[in-house]
Design a protein around this ligand. Sequence first.
Ligand code: F6R
Length: 364
Amino acid sequence: EKGGYEHFMLKEINEQPTAVKTTITPRITDSMPDFSAEGFDAAKLSSYNKIYIVACGTAMHAGMVGKYVIEKLARIPVIVDIASEFRYRDPLIDKGDLVILISQSGETADTKAALELAKLNGADTLAIVNVKGSSIARAADMVVYTHAGPEISVASTKAYMVQISVMYLLAFELAYGTGRISKEQCEKYTKELQNIPSVIKEAIGLEKDCQFIASKLLNADSLLYIGRGLDYASSMEGSLKLKEISYIHSESYAAGELKHGTISLITENMPVIAVVTQKDLEEKTISNIKEVKARGAMVILVCGEDVVVEDKVADYIIRLPKAEQMLMPMVAAVPLQLIAYYTAVLKGNDVDKPRNLAKSVTVE
Ligand code: F6R
């Protein structure tokens, strides 16, 4: 049932190109996003005053990517919130708001409670869910099913990837609907997204390099992941994945925040994984990398194929295959997953069933 793979996690990482293709294809017509099968009212969708994206864990990280792209393209304010915080905070939800819930299982207790709270406050709700007929899917006003297929590994990989792919399509739809991007621009982005499955496949080809990097991380007690903007979102997910299955502590930091305290942790015993895929932020993050390097950190750089890296800035470099820059979180996710995976494998951990965790968190 693992299809020849040693673990479900590795199988599911390899299923990502197909999962994305299967998820986006039914929502694209003539190179334009098309949610008519979901019954979305395009005019209404573009009319919300603000959007909340509420989820837990990895699904929340997919929401972080969603926030960046929706705000950038559609210029609608987006607030990303952890479901267990949102539900107890008396959040400022209004009638004219949209609350998007993201959940693989569709059964996460806190996410479900957040959905009920949103409805109670008169907001419209949209669930992005993988499991058909699950509680969250049934309770929401609108549903977009991701088609990742069953995800067995407790550590989420393909479900995250398809959640992001839906976030992009929604962002394109919203941006076009609000008149912020032209039809041509929207078609261009949509085509770039359709090209992503093949780029993900290429990124999976970095497996051996990731295995080698894992061998360098095995004995670390703690790691730092850094990035800016979309790369910060990617690094949050990379860090969670590593913690979850390798049991090595790690934290993700917005690269520019390091100097406000955290940099004091840096020694030669604290490896740093830096993600650099966004052109406009490249120089800034590279300068943060130099700061940690100067303090002895071993630096692993996961970067775009054309990022200029001077000698001795990084100890190891993972060059990502090329894609539209805004879509790079879908590419960067792959080596981060593989690094976490191989670190856990080399440590002899139960990769698919990490300690203390359950696949679906139905308790509060
Ligand atoms: C991490 C992971 C969890 C889930 C979270 C939400 O790899 O899988 O962080 O993402 O528990 O679960 P769902 O998406 O089922 O609501």
